[in-house]
Design a protein around this ligand. Structure first.
Ligand SMILES: [Zn+2]
Length: 432
């Protein structure tokens, strides 16, 4: 009798182990370099180490290309290779691209977490919260800008910053929001005499309650030191980090850069790697795991300006943040068995090529700007890179749509999250 009971117990334990421990990773980390195509990566590779493909993420087992177009769009590899101008039309924006990546639904440009008819869509973050995971979004631009907004909020227009910020701060289930948009500071990190723009943080009232410490949901941090302090040890449950700069950590600071890093950086703000370490330390307290979207948002802005030096600065910041993520995964706190990391872009920006419209940028050696040419001040419909490693990452290969003659096998930006949604189905819903 006893033996039978033990046997039943063992069978139950094994089966519950099987059902409770499927392929779904405990933690899901998505890193987006806004506006970065393949040539942005190659340019940063040449600048940082004179060679392509040496970054740890470039050695990930899953290396694909990805289409990014918004609703009604398409990408045809034969046309892209024959006609140089093909990718100058039919490109997406960060709102539609973030919504596609967050919800698996293509929508119109400017739309944040709603479909082309304005219907609310469910975000990956909302799904993760349903299964008990902690969630966060961090960015080098304003917290309520299109990419973080497109993962959290629901609004017909990306321009409704105040309403988007309000939804993110007051209504979302996020544990971490880090970025810029600080009403008290300018783009050089200087304190303003008369702050008057509170739209990126919702409203003067919301900001007032955060500053006064009377917001019972959030712990507000602002200074670089406060971000650094969060990298180790005990953390508050939910942290809103508004770095002391108006629109970007560094990219919008004054001065004209001829070479990367020639104009001194704002000193009072963290970099994306420091923000990343702080965010991971806040989120990794949850045994149910977490989802985080980390955005190098100003790669896109430097690219709109065809500003090669600052684009390289922003790409370097992105590389350092990726390294911080990889170091965390490989630390005793996690492993590739527990965590899935994806690295991609929402679209290409600036139509970056080599000189005379040649296909690829050309190295000038380490520490030097490569030979390159900007062919647009807007986004393009070019394929972007997609890298993945960790639990469940092999599933992306099943989504390959076609093979591009230049960039190889590609998936669509909605495929990425279809895979994650399927993985999340395997998680037992949280009992709260
Ligand atoms: Zn853009």
């Amino acid at each position: 009798m006893k033996t039978v009971r033990y046997f039943t117990l063992i069978v139950f334990l094994i089966s519950s182990f099987v059902f409770a421990s499927p392929n779904c990773p405990q933690n899901i980390i998505l890193i987006i370099a806004d506006g970065a195509g393949f040539n942005h990566i190659y340019a940063a590779d040449y600048y940082t180490c004179a060679k392509k493909g040496q970054q740890p993420f470039e050695k990930f087992p899953v290396k694909l290309a990805m289409t990014t177009y918004s609703i009604g769009g398409s990408y045809e590899p034969e046309k892209a290779i024959k006609d140089f101008n093909y990718v100058n039309i039919g490109y997406t924006d960060s709102a539609a691209a973030a919504t596609a990546m967050s919800t698996t639904t293509k929508t119109s440009k400017g739309a944040i977490g709603v479909d082309a008819n304005g219907n609310k869509l469910e975000h990956i973050i909302e799904r993760c919260e349903k299964v008990g995971m902690s969630t966060g979004v961090i960015t080098t631009v304003q917290i309520s800008h299109a990419t973080p907004a497109g993962f959290v909020a629901h609004n017909e227009s990306r321009k409704n910053f105040h309403r988007i910020a309000k939804e993110m701060i007051n209504q979302s289930g996020l544990e971490v929001i880090f970025g810029c948009g600080n009403p008290l500071f300018d783009n050089n990190g200087k304190r303003l005499d008369k702050p008057d723009n509170f739209e990126y943080v919702g409203s003067q009232k919301i900001w007032g309650s955060l500053i006064a410490g009377s917001n019972d949901k959030w712990t507000l941090i602002q200074s670089r030191q406060e971000f650094l302090n969060l990298a180790e040890g005990q953390t508050p449950e939910r942290v809103l980090g508004i770095a002391q700069a108006a629109s970007t950590l560094q990219q919008k600071r004054s001065g004209n850069s001829i070479a990367p890093f020639d104009v001194p950086f704002n000193q009072n703000v963290p970099d994306l790697a420091e923000m990343t370490k702080a965010a991971l330390n806040v989120l990794d307290d949850d045994p149910d795991g977490f989802f985080i979207m980390i955005e190098a948002g100003a790669v896109d802005w430097a690219s709109h300006g065809n500003d090669s030096a600052r684009m390289i600065e922003e790409m370097t910041d992105f590389y350092n943040a990726v390294d911080a993520v990889i170091n965390w995964v490989q630390s005793p706190k996690s492993s590739w068995q527990k965590t899935l990391v994806m690295i991609t872009a929402d679209h290409e920006c600036g139509y970056l090529t080599g000189p005379d419209k040649s296909r690829f940028v050309i190295s000038n050696g380490k520490g030097k700007l490569p030979k390159m040419q900007w062919n647009s001040k807007e986004h393009t419909n070019s394929l972007v890179p997609f890298y993945a490693k960790g639990r469940g990452s092999e599933l992306f290969v099943d989504c390959v749509k076609d093979k591009d003659p230049v960039y190889g096998n590609y998936i669509d930006n909605t495929d990425m999250t279809k895979v994650i949604f399927a993985l999340l189905e395997q998680k037992i819903p949280a009992k709260k």
